[in-house]
Design a protein around this ligand. Structure first.
Ligand code: SAM
Ligand code: F3S
Length: 439
């Protein structure tokens, strides 16, 4: 049986795509996963180019597996994901031992690309955007456990001035309503209780339901009705299309998790405009206030970029203030990384690196203490948590995920793995919670 070593960098979309790559290759080539590149017959890197550091890793990693081809001449090496999409044939030029380069929208063609490589002896590159064709060519979804991700839209048409995603993944395309619902129903029949709807901007989803135009809020209502599905999450959403209808859905749909990840990037209107985000800090605040009115216990996490070209001390203070006032929960903070081909890369970037780092650390420390305070307030409450498995630290305990996306560890029998359990939170630990199950 052929062995596949698959390494994934970057976001949840890439994790999702990697699961699909493994599925496709299992269906066509009967491959089995391996954790050791030296055992592999096929090595696949699913890459990320959203920040410079992520991009650099690809060539370092390729360099590390190159020698394996000498011992095993039949070994194939493929590079997919956003670096592949951006660099295309340039990857083969820089690393001629690579056999196949494929993009996020052509991963379903990987088996044919590998075959063509074998038949012709020349490396194959396909980074086109046949978009939704991908889903029609993938094997039926398969899952282990009670949680699953389902892509509902691909690509992004927002063109934030700093971001490569619209160039690497193409424009926004929604998957048809019937396909999304059928996939989730299949997963539910396999025992999935919690589904996360996935996309770069899930709230840009548009479709047709029973012959009428429908939006993301309506899709959510239907997904919550699928028998067996008990909890629904989505990521990532964008403030620009965070409509009142979507806010109302959080009041109306009890199965929607009390957590929203809504990237804000900055608290300064000047910086938001330069980023071409399409909203002001006030508009963002208004969304969060209305969301909390609809669902008081909702946890909001975000993404931040510090050190964007031209960001002043005052701009950065506005970001700190926004994060504090909105009591944002555990969030991702990044230092701005100029990406070739994006408009922001042309802007003069004069802020010294140590100042950027100092801002990053201040923001991270503040967010960390806000997240700790939220966890502290959870002590004493009862949380409905989905058990993911045995706790990492103690084999006699289970680890479960709360509605607001925190891990809670508690003593209980393994028969409760993949079940929802009501847990009383008893204490806060460094990066998790402790609790006891209610009978
Ligand atoms: N669709 C999401 C949204 O609504 O903004 C963002 C997707 S992006 C892959 C994930 C995060 O990476 C962004 O929210 C942003 O904070 C960060 N990011 C993107 N481009 C970046 C860059 N050039 N430098 C630093 N961080 C970046
Ligand atoms: Fe990137 Fe902005 Fe889209 S951050 S993924 S261009 S919403």
């Amino acid at each position: 049986m052929a062995k596949l070593y698959l390494r994934t960098f970057g976001c949840q979309m890439n994790e999702y795509d990697s699961a699909k790559i493994a599925d496709v290759l299992r269906a066509t080539h009967g491959t089995e996963p391996t954790a050791r590149p030296e055992d592999a017959d096929l090595i696949v890197f699913n890459t990320c180019s959203v920040r410079e550091k992520a991009q650099e890793k690809v060539f370092a990693d390729l360099g590390r597996v190159r020698h394996l081809k000498r011992a095993k001449p039949g070994l194939m090496i493929a590079v997919g994901g956003c670096v592949a999409s951006q660099e295309g044939a340039a990857i083969i030029e820089r690393a001629p031992f690579v056999d196949v380069v494929f993009g996020p929208q052509t991963l379903h063609r990987l088996p044919q690309l590998l075959e063509r490589r074998r038949a012709t002896g020349t490396p194959q590159v396909d980074i086109s955007f046949p978009l939704i064709e991908k889903f029609d060519r993938l094997p039926p979804p398969r899952t282990e456990g009670a949680r699953a991700y389902v892509s509902i839209m691909e690509g992004c048409s927002k063109y934030c001035s700093f971001c490569v995603v619209p160039y690497t993944r193409g424009e926004e395309v929604s998957r048809p309503f019937a396909d999304v619902v059928a996939e989730i129903a299949t997963l539910a029949r396999q025992g999935v209780l919690e589904v996360t709807l996935l996309g770069q901007n899930v709230n840009a989803w548009r479709g047709e339901i029973a012959g009428r135009a429908a939006d993301f809020a309506e899709l959510l209502a239907f997904v919550c009705e699928i028998p067996g599905i008990e909890r629904v999450r989505y990521t990532t959403s964008h403030p620009r299309e965070f409509t009142q209808r979507l806010i109302d859905a959080h009041a109306a749909l009890a199965k929607l998790a009390p957590h929203v990840h809504l990237p804000v990037q900055s608290g300064s209107d000047r910086v938001l405009a330069a980023m071409k985000r399409g909203y002001t800090a006030l508009e963002y605040r208004s969304i969060i206030r209305r969301l909390r009115r609809a669902r008081p216990a909702i946890s909001v996490t975000s993404d931040f970029i510090v050190g964007f070209p031209g960001e002043t001390d005052a701009d950065f203070e506005a970001t700190l203030a926004l994060a504090r006032e909105l009591e944002l929960d555990d969030s991702y903070c990044f230092i701005y990384s100029p990406r070739p081909g994006t408009p922001a890369a042309e802007l003069p970037d004069t802020l010294p690196q140590d100042e950027k780092l100092a801002r990053l650390q201040r923001l991270q420390a503040q967010i960390r203490s806000q997240a700790d305070a939220i966890a502290e307030r959870m002590v004493g409450s009862v949380e409905r948590a989905l058990v993911e498995g045995v706790s990492r630290r103690r084999s006699d305990e289970l680890a479960a995920r709360t509605g607001n996306n925190r891990i809670v560890n508690f003593a209980a029998g393994r028969e409760r793995i993949d079940c929802f359990v009501d847990v009383r939170i008893t204490a806060r630990a460094a990066h998790s919670l402790r609790g006891e199950p209610l009978e």
